[in-house]
Design a binder for this molecule. Structure first.
Ligand code: ZN
Length: 151
């Protein structure tokens, strides 16, 4: 790597954008290169000088221009906004009694459906079942037959 490449790495190091390995290589080069050490000094002096400069305040006219952007946009797009607003007014213009009737019908249907769906389970009488099983018997000792389980 040449000095220009190391000076690029020095800038990246100051931006905290260098890997540990790159950082080690850069410091190894700095130990033996007066030119790159001078570059580091210049960059550090420039950074310190820039930090001392106060941040510029936006002018009042800039504030006014930025704040007027939404109004200007609304003026330029008035035709779209008014058409959209008219569309929604038209779509929502339902007479109040009709809307109330639809809402009432919906609520009644919902209540009816829920009462049918969640009907209480009918109580059944308890039932007793006797389950009998045959004992298992193992037969052994019959000559010529293997041991066998019989129910
Ligand atoms: Zn160098």
């Amino acid at each position: 790597m040449n000095c220009a490449a190391y000076q690029e790495d020095i800038s990246r190091y100051l931006d905290d954008d260098l890997s540990d390995r790159e950082e080690q290589e850069m410091f190894a080069h700095l130990a033996g290169c007066e030119s790159c050490r001078g570059f580091v000094r210049d960059v550090m002096q420039l950074r310190n000088a820039l930090r001392r400069i106060p941040a510029p305040e936006p002018s009042d006219s800039l504030d006014r221009r930025v704040l007027s952007i939404p109004e200007q946009w609304a003026r330029e797009h008035h035709h779209v906004l008014s058409r959209t607003a008219g569309f929604w007014k038209q779509r929502l213009a339902v007479p109040m009694p009709a809307a109330a009737a639809v809402l009432l019908a919906f609520l009644l249907t919902t209540v009816l459906a829920l009462s049918m769906w969640f009907r209480p389970v009918e109580q059944t009488k308890p039932e007793v079942r006797y389950i009998m099983g045959l004992p298992e018997v193992e037969v052994r000792g019959i000559p010529g037959l293997p041991a066998k389980s019989v129910q």
